[in-house]
Write a protein that binds this ligand. Structure first.
Ligand code: DC
Length: 216
């Protein structure tokens, strides 16, 4: 088992940019677990199954070969060997992903694949339940938040039409592995911070926690 840095937080909190930058600075691989949920959502939509029906989604899951691997520095999920990356940000996927992400069979299958990536590489993994559920034993857990206004503005600046408040509500209230703040996570409010500021804070805390840094 390698070193895992868990970065959790709500939609548009800045965690993806921070996780990406942190992975680059530490020479770790980067895994965006939200992209795994988006990938499977795209696959369900592509199969013309109903993304709100657990029976239909489970039937798609059953007949699909899932595999996870690294493409360069990025952990990805393949579906019957198809790379879903070009489609994971589609509006239809964004709209349906919270429904798919609350289904127990989907969460179990994807959690297994997320965990398997840690057998090969040191990871910065971002998501909603990474510190609380996927890797509860890692000592390196961060929860990044920002005010709803700033999160909405960041999403719009990226050109996405995203009902983040609705998604947050569904993600936080679902029965299995909801968006929660792990008790031992370090909270960072990014509302008034730049990305560099957040990354600097995370690196400072990692040093205090005793993580060895790559030589410059
Ligand atoms: O990070 P994101 O917005 O791309 O995530 C897409 C969706 O996936 C989000 O609505 C919640 C879900 N998700 C999850 O349930 N668990 C994770 N570890 C990561 C994402």
């Amino acid at each position: 088992m390698r070193t895992i840095i868990a970065i959790d937080g709500p939609a548009a909190s800045g965690k993806s940019t921070v996780a990406h930058e942190l992975a680059a600075r530490l020479f770790y691989a980067h895994v965006n677990s939200g992209a795994f949920y988006r990938a499977f959502t795209w696959w369900v939509l592509r199969a013309k199954a109903d993304p709100t029906s657990v029976e239909e989604a489970a039937a798609v899951l059953e007949r699909t070969k899932l595999s996870s691997r690294f493409e360069g520095n990025e952990g990805i999920l393949l579906l019957d060997d198809v790379d879903p990356t070009p489609h994971v940000r589609d509006d239809a996927v964004t709209h349906a992903v919270s429904f798919i992400a609350r289904m127990l069979p989907v969460r179990e299958a994807l959690t297994t694949h997320l965990r398997s990536l840690a057998e090969e590489r040191d990871l910065v993994m971002e998501g909603r339940d990474i510190g609380s559920f996927v890797f509860p034993d890692t000592p390196y857990k961060f929860y990044i938040d920002a005010s709803p206004e700033v999160r909405r503005a960041r999403r719009q600046a990226q050109g996405h039409h995203d009902e983040i408040a609705t998604r947050d509500r569904i993600d936080s209230s679902r029965a299995y592995a909801p968006l929660t703040i792990a008790e031992d996570a370090h909270m960072i409010d990014s509302t008034h911070l730049t990305i560099d500021g957040v990354v600097g804070e995370v690196i400072g805390l990692l040093k205090l926690l005793g993580l060895s840094m790559p030589a410059r």
